[in-house]
Design a protein around this ligand. Structure first.
Ligand code: PLP
Length: 433
C-alpha cells in the first residue's frame, strides 16, 4: 500500500480513539466525504452556471445551482455563492467586492476571538491592504456595544466584518446592525463557527440584520472544507449590484475554477442540515457545552465570559499561572485534542497564549451527551492538576526548548496514558460517521 494510505488509516484511528474537542472541527458524513472524493474534481468549470469558460459543464451547472438553491432556501436569502475555496478566501472576496485598498474596515481583534481575515494588523492581507480598526473584549465581560458604536462613529468604516472563533457568548446582531446603519457602513457577519447553531435556532441569527453573511461549511455545518457567501435582502436593497460584485470578486477577482467536488458536498451537507435531526444535533451541542463549562467551573477553572452560550469555551489559565501550550500538549497525550488560545487582555504572544479552547460539535456528532461531559471534565481537571508544576519560562528564548523537553517527558507518562486508555474506552461506545 502507498504510504499515504497507511497514514490515512492511522489518522482514521486517531480520530476514532480520541476526543475531537477543537471547536472548529467535526466529523463529516460518509455522503459528504463521497461527494468530495468523486469524479467531479476532474472537471474545470471557471465561471458560473450557464456562463462557463469551458465546455462539458451541463451537469456541473446543475450541481452548483442545486447547492446555491439549497443554501438560499435554508437561510431564507436571495443570493448565495458556493464557490469560495474556504473561509479566508470568502472573507477576502467580500472585502474586495465592497472596498478599495486603503478603505477603513472594522472588526473584532484576534485576541478577543476575531479571525485573521477581520483586519488583523501587519501580517494579514486584511490588515495590510485596508486601514483596519479593531475593537476588543474587556477582561471578563460581554462585548461593550457602546464602545463599539463610539469607535464606529469616530472611524466611519466602509465595512464591519464581525465574527468570532472563540467568543463564548452570543452576539447581539441587532445592536451591530444599529451601529452599522447609524454610520452607513456594510455589516458582514462571519458565522463560520456558529452556522449550525443558527440553523438549530440556538444561537442568534444575523440574517435579519447583516447585509452579507459568510461562513465556512466544514465546522458546525458538518460539510466539506469550503465556504459560502450569502447576501440578504437588506444588502441587495442597499446595492442591487451586490450579487454581481461578489460574483466578480470571486472570479476573476481571486479564484479560478471552482472545486466542483466540494460544491456537491456542500449541497449534500445543506440537505442534511435541513433535516429535523440536525436541529436536535445543534441543540445538544450547546447543552453539552454548557454542561462541560459548568463542571469545569465547579472544578475551580475560570472561563472567559463566565461560561458559554454556544459550542465552545475558553479556559483562562492565568489564575493558575499556566500556559495553554503545556495544557494542550498534556491533554493530547491523554487523548483529549483541544487547542491553546489567546484570552482577552492576554499579555502573551499568540504562539504562547494563556488560554485553552474547548468545543463540543464533534463529540456531539458521535452522540455524546451531558453524562459524558461530566467524565470529560473530570479528565481535563485531572490533567491540569497533574501538570501544574510545569510553568513556561518567562524568558522567550527559553520557551521552545522547555516545551520540547516537556513533550518528550510526558509522551510516555503513565498517568496521562492511563487517561488516554479510559478515553479510548469511552470512544468505543460512540462510533464516528
Ligand atoms: C474558520 C474561520 C475562518 C477561516 O476559515 P478557513 O476555512 O480556515 O480559511 C474565518 N472566519 C471565522 C470566524 C472562522 O471561524
Amino acid at each position: 500500500m502507498d504510504k499515504v494510505f497507511e497514514l490515512i488509516k492511522k489518522e482514521e484511528k486517531r480520530q476514532k480513539e480520541t476526543l475531537m474537542m477543537i471547536p472548529s472541527e467535526n466529523y463529516a458524513s460518509k455522503a459528504v466525504r463521497e461527494a468530495v472524493g468523486s469524479v467531479l474534481m476532474n472537471k474545470y468549470a471557471e465561471g458560473y452556471p450557464g456562463r462557463r469558460y469551458y465546455q462539458g459543464n451541463k451537469i456541473i451547472d446543475e450541481i452548483e445551482t442545486l447547492a446555491a438553491e439549497r443554501a438560499k432556501k435554508l437561510f431564507g436569502v436571495p443570493y448565495a455563492n458556493v464557490q469560495p475555496y474556504s473561509g479566508s478566501p470568502a472573507n477576502s472576496e467580500v472585502l474586495f467586492a465592497l472596498c478599495e485598498p486603503g478603505d477603513t474596515i472594522m472588526g473584532l481583534e484576534l485576541a478577543s476571538g476575531g479571525h485573521l481575515t477581520h483586519g488583523h494588523p501587519k501580517v494579514t492581507f486584511s490588515g495590510k491592504y485596508f486601514r483596519s480598526v479593531q475593537f476588543g473584549l474587556d477582561e471578563k465581560g460581554p462585548l461593550d456595544y457602546e464602545k463599539i458604536f463610539k469607535l464606529a462613529k469616530l472611524e466611519k468604516p466602509k465595512l464591519m466584518l464581525i465574527g468570532t472563533t472563540s467568543y463564548p457568548l452570543a452576539f447581539d446582531w441587532k445592536k451591530f446592525a444599529e451601529i452599522a446603519d447609524s454610520v452607513g457602513t456594510w455589516l458582514v457577519a462571519d458565522v463560520s463557527h456558529v452556522i449550525g447553531l443558527i440553523i438549530a435556532g440556538v444561537y442568534p441569527s444575523p440574517f435579519n440584520y447583516a447585509h452579507i453573511v459568510t461562513s465556512t461549511t466544514h465546522k458546525t455545518l458538518r460539510g466539506p472544507r469550503g465556504a459560502v457567501i450569502l447576501a440578504t435582502n437588506k444588502g441587495i436593497k442597499k446595492d442591487p449590484e451586490l450579487p454581481s460584485k461578489i460574483d466578480k470578486a470571486i472570479i476573476p477577482g481571486m479564484q479560478g475554477g471552482p472545486h466542483n467536488n466540494t460544491t456537491a458536498a456542500i449541497a449534500v451537507a445543506l440537505e442534511e442540515a435541513g433535516n429535523p435531526s440536525f436541529k436536535t444535533y445543534g441543540k445538544q451541542i450547546v447543552r453539552n457545552a454548557k454542561a462541560l463549562a459548568k463542571e469545569l467551573m465547579k472544578g475551580g477553572l475560570t472561563l472567559v465570559g463566565g461560561g458559554t452560550e454556544c459550542h465552545l469555551m475558553v479556559v483562562d489559565l492565568r489564575p493558575l499561572e499556566l500556559s495553554g501550550n503545556v495544557i494542550a500538549d498534556a491533554l493530547e497525550v491523554a487523548g483529549i485534542v483541544a487547542n491553546r488560545n489567546s484570552v482577552p487582555g492576554d499579555l502573551m504572544p499568540p504562539f504562547y497564549p494563556s488560554g485553552l479552547r474547548l468545543g463540543t460539535p464533534a463529540i456531539t456528532t458521535r452522540g455524546m451527551k451531558e453524562k459524558e461531559m461530566k467524565r470529560i471534565a473530570e479528565w481535563i481537571l485531572k490533567v491540569i492538576d497533574y501538570v501544574k508544576p510545569y510553568k513556561l519560562p518567562s524568558k522567550p528564548e527559553a520557551r521552545n526548548q522547555f516545551l520540547k523537553a516537556f513533550r518528550a517527558k510526558i509522551e510516555k507518562d503513565k498517568f496521562l496514558l492511563g487517561i488516554a486508555e479510559e478515553v479510548k474506552d469511552l470512544c468505543r461506545n460512540f462510533p464516528v460517521p
